[in-house]
Design a protein around this ligand. Sequence first.
Ligand code: PLP
Length: 368
Amino acid sequence: MDVLEELRVFREKDIPYSRVLSSMCTIPHELAVKAHQLFIGTNLGDPGIFPGTVELERKLVAMIGELLHHKECVGYICSGGTEANIQGIRSARNVMRRKEPNIVIPKTAHFSFEKICDILCVEVRRANVDEDYKVDLAEVEKLVDDRTVAIVGIAGTTELGQIDPIVELSRLAEERNIPLHIDAAFGGFVIPFMDDPYPFDFANKGVSSITIDPHKMGMATIPAGGILFREESFLRALEVETPYLTSKMQFTLTGTRPGTGVASAYAVLKGLGFKGMKEIVKRCLRNTRILMEEMSLMGFEPVIEPVMNVVAFKTERAEEIKHELYRRRWVISTIREPKAIRFVVMSHVTEEVIKNFMSEFRKVVQWK
Ligand SMILES: *Cc1c(COP(=O)(O)O)cnc(C)c1O
């Protein structure tokens, strides 16, 4: 067998996105695919060899900065939300220089903060959330002390798509002079394109860094995450010397890193423009509504009224339903608290996909 044919056999074992209602990733936009192909082989880890790709990354960072109300921000395109969160906290830790440092995060934070705690040797303090699954401000205030090097707020929680009270967190962060890191890995490319967007970004003076992932709602090719800082000093706090490269210093976590994420993210944002992105988000929100209506007809209740294109429905049978669907090659996910099945309505989750899914879902729910 020809090697490419062998590869095809493996690839065909993967589940197509048309049967995936659980992922925050999606089929890359066709502009992203073309851009990716043009930049295959680029390595931003050795910038002197790729000055064009470096320039493009700067343009993209400014473009995302503008979207987040701070065009002069600095940062880079990394491997994803996990690396972006690590770098956001690492820089705050290095800037603050506290003995036995701690960070205060919402209980609903992404599991990447478990890794952060382990890698960066910072204590992670988890603040409770209120009945809407937003972080409780009084709890955050209680947990902050003079060794706190960062407060974290989430704009689009992974499980429910909820947004923390970032305006109030920012005020607290300013008062106490502590950096505020916003994890908008998912929501960063949703909220700005909604009608009446919640102010989650650099418009809040206390926000010092933001995680925002092009490879989720930005429809870029994987890997493409983003970490942006309000101030240059936060980027400098990450630098190490690079003796044998074309650059003297490096602030990234990985060494060799692809320019494909930069090119594909730029292609989508520039190609679609603000208006095009708004249309995509509008369609995802409309399809979330359609899914909501179908599910309520069956008697399912959402954990919270969906804020964006993520929605979870309470059921004691969550695990069982997920497993039976997977056996039939449909992928959804679950959350543990409260027990619920969870859906992410990405752009590949069209009305047609929802229709096909619901017909299988009805069978699974009735099948005891
Ligand atoms: C997806 C996600 C992450 C992690 O991003 P990866 O790209 O998977 O590393 C972090 N935070 C939030 C809120 C996310 O939704």
